[in-house]
Design a protein around this ligand. Structure first.
Ligand code: GLN
Length: 485
């Protein structure tokens, strides 16, 4: 019989999985089978997974069961049932970026973050749904249909890493990888009621991450608690000879630092994040969350971050400009889909016309426009200057405080289709996450109470390469009952 920690089995954690394997209460094979069954049960209604990788999962499970049988030490993440966003390359396993243009594409190599997790014993269950090429905030831009929020089936799970968030929240994985360019890990974490982390830019290798906006893209984890996030961060962080932007900054013991006292830490609360547009119920929960941190001994300081109001416009210029360049490679020649055409030009046009969805096309056009001769200085260059000012807001803030605390999203999870015809409304909802993306700093979203049953996320930003501090605060908040404020 399979012994799960609770009857619904949702409470597996990285440590409880590893201990159960070591104590022979469950084999890695049984565990894998259990998760495959859960996926079979829940995925048809949630649409969180696009592809499953049972062969690869069972191969890893057998390897782990061999270690147990021989009485050998188990690696740190042994048996971790893992889901990976479909923008991360996985050798031999179809990787589509939730786009028709990559239909059937099987990468010839693994993303570094995936490889590191598997080397540490994780079991890759499959690839998760997302907004096409990670462009979106609701997972409704997937070419393979939207994902539903497991906590409220008529609502979106957030995006773009909605499938990863939903898989973890629904107990179809114990942890997952997503990517965050402008909020795509933090916001779905917030919408699905689980902690989720965006590391510092350059903290985790982007090798094998299919590019959306290269100066912003980051790989980050989802889990059911902050400790598991810390375990994963400790595994995937660090330099990589395959990515020159992955910094060789030493990786501290994130788990070891989790219980350090937070008393006396200065938390900055930027008034600019509590202005017009913030839903009043979300505001109330965030205020309660900040009070909880104060009860733990943190010292609240009011901050001004005056360039916050330009962040959405700046982000959507830079992200689309980089996307228009990155997505030029999908031409029907090298990967995935190829439409037939009488001439080379016609083949390109038809392939891209049929292969990309509406949001991706919109962004390619916006980005091409921003980069075109005559407009480059007025838009792209201007946006780069404002990006520097936003980064300066953060640098100045960190002269006064140890962390910055804000809402993750101005609104609770919205209904499927609610913003479908209004891309601008969706862009504006990225206001609190894109700032940290532009500045390159690490940020986490941690559950902070609920409003009418819908989860709210508290965002904590730290200094560049200061993930340890962010995790420590989030862990203290979680332990003190942050999810119930
Ligand atoms: N919602 C933002 C966008 O649509 C963020 C996406 C992301 O982080 N990948 O661009």
């Amino acid at each position: 019989m399979i012994m799960t920690p609770t009857s619904n089995g949702h409470d597996w954690t990285i440590d409880s999985v590893r201990e159960a394997l070591a104590d022979k209460r469950i084999s890695a094979r049984e565990l894998t089978a259990e998760f495959c069954q859960r996926i079979e049960r829940r995925n048809p209604e949630l649409n969180a997974y696009l592809a499953l990788s049972p062969e690869r999962a069972y191969r890893q499970a057998d390897y782990l069961d061999g270690l147990v049988a021989r009485g050998e030490d188990l690696p740190s993440l042994a048996g971790l049932p893992l889901a990976v966003k479909d923008v991360l390359s996985t050798k031999g396993i179809v990787t589509t970026c939730a786009s028709h243009i990559l239909e059937g594409y099987r990468p010839p190599f693994d993303a570094t973050a995936v490889e590191r997790l598997e080397r540490a014993g994780a079991i890759l269950l499959g690839k998760t749904n997302c907004d096409e090429f990670a462009m979106g905030g609701s997972n409704e831009n997937s070419a393979y249909g939207p994902v539903r929020n497991p906590l409220a089936m008529d609502r979106v799970p957030g995006g773009s890493s909605g499938g990863s968030a939903a898989a973890v929240a629904a107990g179809m994985a114990v942890a997952a990888l997503g990517t965050d360019t402008g909020g795509s890990v933090r916001q779905p974490g917030s919408f699905c009621g689980i902690p989720a982390m965006m590391p510092t830019y350059g903290r985790v290798s982007r090798y094998g991450l299919i590019a959306f906006a290269s100066s912003l893209d980051r790989v980050g984890p989802f889990a059911r608690n902050v400790r598991d996030l810390a375990l994963i961060m400790g595994t995937i962080a660090g330099g990589d000879r395959m990515d020159s932007t992955a910094a060789a900054v030493p990786v501290p013991d994130y788990v070891g630092g989790l219980d350090a006292p937070v008393k006396g830490l200065r938390i900055g609360v930027p008034t600019d994040y509590f202005a017009e547009g913030l839903n009043s119920a979300v505001r109330e929960k965030i205020e309660a969350g900040i009070s909880l941190l104060e009860q733990l001994g943190c010292v609240r300081t009011a901050l001004r971050m005056p360039h916050t109001e330009y962040a959405v416009a700046t982000y959507y210029l830079i992200a689309t400009a980089e996307a228009s360049s990155n997505l030029a490679r999908y031409d029907g020649v090298r990967y995935g889909l190829r439409a037939s055409g009488g001439t080379l030009m016609e083949m390109y046009r038809k392939t891209r016309g049929a292969g990309f969805g509406a949001e991706v096309k919109r962004r390619i056009m916006l980005g091409t426009y921003a980069l075109s001769a005559g407009y480059y200085d007025a838009y792209y260059l201007k946006a780069q200057k404002v990006r520097a000012l936003i980064a300066r807001d953060f640098a100045e803030a960190f002269g006064q405080v140890d962390a910055i605390v804000t809402p993750t999203s101005p609104v609770p999870p919205f209904r499927l289709g609610e913003h479908a015809s209004d891309p601008l409304a969706m862009y504006l909802a990225d206001i609190y996450t894109v700032t940290g993306s532009l500045a390159g700093v690490p940020g986490i979203s941690v559950p902070c109470g609920r409003t009418q049953g819908l989860p709210v996320g508290l965002q904590i930003f730290g200094q560049p390469f200061g993930e340890a501090r962010v995790l420590q605060l989030a862990h203290a908040f979680e332990k003190a009952g942050g999810a119930q404020v």
